[in-house]
Design a binder for this molecule. Structure first.
Ligand code: AMP
Length: 277
């Protein structure tokens, strides 16, 4: 497996690859969720490139950029065991050269949910993913359903900018008690970790209502809020029952629907979602 930093080295490695190239962008500190994306890419493509880059522009001023967990050596061992062809670990100087002033912004779909809580987040995400796509030039790129709005925004950007890349969204990988795997779970204290299952339980309760025939979206939002309120450590940022494609809040559920939420547990921000229909 090639471990690459510079852009010329990445381009040379890419040029040597024949057939379909699958790309898995990550911020490192890998867990089973990331590894599932890499395995899927490996199964579906002739070559796999993984990137590790903690993208500073997608973090807000008061967010966790400086303490975002990192363990490059462990990450490289995990990726190497899955037989990816290359790992690209660009530096800030490569991705944001001195005097940088070009941004990629996606409109309406970035405004609700995560965008409402983190107003500069998606501008950072779309800019870095566009730059990664330009450099890697994959045929397919793999993202997790865990970050549902991110996946929707990337799909929109890929269509709008005519990137010849198929976006593949893989199911959320969870711990045995239902907590969605996340690099940020490392921040949770023992008590917060136990409380963190409340997101899965709230989503499951709303899904049960849906499966029992409930189509009033507000009833599902109320149910999720009710369950979250039963956990005193959980501070709700938003709870949503929205159209899967537009992410607009629904009155009546019809077709593919996204249940989603963001919850603070102490200082740690957790997000999770279920897809209905
Ligand atoms: P990150 O390193 O957090 O930026 O995540 C890199 C990719 O892994 C993104 O496409 C995420 O959506 C995906 N991912 C993160 N956690 C999970 C999970 N629990 N299950 C599936 N995919 C995930």
């Amino acid at each position: 497996m090639k471990i690459i930093t510079s852009l010329p080295d990445l381009r040379a490695a890419r040029l040597s690859m024949q057939g379909a190239v699958g790309f898995v962008p990550t911020m490192g500190f890998l867990h089973e969720g990331h590894l599932t994306l890499i395995r899927r890419a490996k199964a579906e493509c002739n070559h796999v490139i993984v990137s590790i880059f903690v993208n500073p522009t997608q973090f807000g001023a008061n967010e966790d950029l400086s303490k975002y967990p990192r363990d490059l050596e462990r990450d490289l061992n995990l990726i190497s065991a899955l037989e990816a062809d290359a790992v690209w670990t660009p530096t800030n100087e490569i991705m944001y050269p001195k005097g940088f002033q070009t941004w990629v912004e996606v409109d309406a779909i970035t405004r609700p949910l995560e965008g409402a809580m983190r107003p500069t987040h998606f501008k950072g995400v779309t800019t870095i993913v566009a730059k990664l796509f330009n450099a890697v030039q994959p045929q397919r790129a793999y993202f997790g359903q865990k970050d549902a709005q991110q996946a929707a925004v990337i799909r929109q950007m890929t269509r709008d900018l005519n990137f010849p890349i198929e976006i593949i969204v893989c199911p959320t990988v969870r711990e045995t008690d239902g907590l969605a795997m996340s690099s940020r779970n490392k921040y949770l204290t023992g008590e917060e970790r136990a409380a963190a299952t409340i997101l899965f339980r709230a989503l499951s309760a709303a899904k049960d209502l849906y499966e029992g025939g409930e189509r009033n979206a507000e009833k599902l939002r109320i149910k999720m809020r009710e369950i979250l309120a039963s956990e005193p450590r959980a501070q709700v940022q938003y709870v949503s029952c929205a159209d899967y494609d537009s992410l607009e809040e629904l009155d009546v559920i019809q077709g593919k629907t996204l249940l989603s939420m963001a919850v603070m547990l102490g200082k740690t921000r957790l997000i999770d979602n279920f897809v209905l229909g």
